[in-house]
Write a protein that binds this ligand. Structure first.
Ligand code: ADP
Ligand code: MG
Length: 364
């Protein structure tokens, strides 16, 4: 089922009744496509949880509308929306077995939907097998690892075959290895069930690795949405460019003079169509090629081996960060004792931004 968010705004009254209202979500319009996994991505406090809570009905929007398919659900109570929720802290009932936790949402079905014990068992076994916890059904939550507990929470969210699955930072309480493993599991479960899913995270790598689409938010506003690769390759502003990618994009102070881009004294690229003046220059780590006659000169700091690739860590006074990080094919490794790293730039990996607003300046 597709979900349409139309001009959603959420304002919270000021804490203690004094001062200004907090605008957690601001005029947010977006369509979540049917059957896809969409990641809502942004720094802490940008309004991600507020957004999920409005979609599931726990919070009421101050303005705007929410549609499930063609139905306006803005005023519909949460229990009628057919939404499964998974939270960061698994929120399992500690005194109940895994099995009882999973079937809990089925207990309050009424009328025609009411299920017999056998139907419940069948349903529970199906979702338990989907999330691969069939052997754990008789245990109590405290007898499970964090990853297993989160699987139980996912099974519980799926047991009513929801129209929509919402996950709010579901991996944040897991250690690094389990986080990787569980995110692959979430991707698989989403593919197998085909349930439209919104996955909230502040971790760009997590969002990029499993989503069909990412939605980048900041201060309650949508900055950019699209396929992960498209947003990475074509950011609309400096915030999005910096938020996506590890190592992060390198940002330099630069200047355009007669369609030539300068970083310090170095003329590094022709940038047709850009007005003269100061710019911010974002260069992805993979946007550098090590080249003896390359125009950009940096002071060599060290070389880090990453396997097939190497990372040249160097310094340039125009760079915002203390070091410039470039990723180079290991065949192009500079000779030992090299003091000045000279780089050519790949135009497609260089993005220019307006220094004041951070808006992208396009060139050809
Ligand atoms: P995120 O999930 O992206 O970290 P939240 O949606 O939790 O962000 O919060 C967005 C903003 O709204 C924050 O500034 C937060 O302090 C504020 N906020 C969230 N819930 C409430 C509330 N119930 N009352 C007042 N302010 C709130
Ligand atoms: Mg949150």
């Amino acid at each position: 089922m597709k979900v349409v968010l139309e001009n959603l705004t959420k304002k919270f009254p000021p804490r203690g009744g004094k001062g200004d209202a907090v605008t957690a979500v601001k005029d947010f319009t977006f369509e979540i496509p049917d059957g896809k996994l969409v990641a809502l991505l942004g720094p802490s406090g940008c309004g991600k949880s507020t957004m999920l809570n409005m979609i599931c009905g726990l919070e009421k929007p101050t303005e705007g509308k929410i549609f499930f398919g063609e139905d306006d659900v803005t005023e519909m109570p949460p229990e009628l929306r057919g939404v499964g929720m998974v939270f960061q802290n698994y929120a399992l009932y500690p005194h109940m077995s895994v099995y009882d936790n999973i079937i809990f949402p089925l207990g309050n079905l009424k009328g025609e939907e009411k299920m017999t014990k056998e139907q419940m068992r069948e349903r529970a076994e199906k979702v338990a097998s989907l999330v691969q916890i069939e052997q754990l059904l008789e245990r109590k939550p405290k007898e499970l690892s964090g990853g297993q507990q989160q699987r139980v929470a996912i099974a519980r969210a799926l047991v009513k075959t929801p129209r929509l699955l919402l996950m709010d930072e579901p991996l944040s309480n897991l250690d690094a290895r389990l986080r990787l493993q569980t995110r692959e599991e979430i991707r698989r479960i989403q593919r197998e069930t085909g349930v439209t899913t919104v996955f909230v995270t502040h971790d760009q790598e997590e969002a990029m690795s499993i989503s069909d689409m990412i939605v980048v938010m900041k201060d309650g506003e949508l900055h950019q949405c699209g396929k992960p690769q498209e947003v990475y390759d074509d950011p609309v502003n400096l915030f999005v460019a910096k938020f996506l990618g590890t190592p992060a994009i390198n940002v330099f102070d630069g200047e355009v003079k007669s369609e030539k881009l300068f970083i310090g004294e170095d003329e590094v690229l022709t940038v047709s169509g850009v007005r003269d003046g100061k710019v911010k220059v974002g260069i992805r780590p993979e946007g550098f090629t090590y080249d003896k006659s390359g125009p950009l000169k940096c002071k060599m700091d060290r070389v880090e081996v990453m396997g097939r690739d190497i990372s040249i860590v160097s310094k340039n006074p125009a760079c915002e960060e203390p070091v410039v990080r470039s990723i180079i094919d290991s065949d192009e490794r500079p000779e030992d004792g090299t003091e000045v790293a000279t780089f050519k730039l790949r135009p497609g990996k260089v993005h220019l931004f307006e220094p004041e607003t951070g808006e992208r300046l396009r060139f050809s």
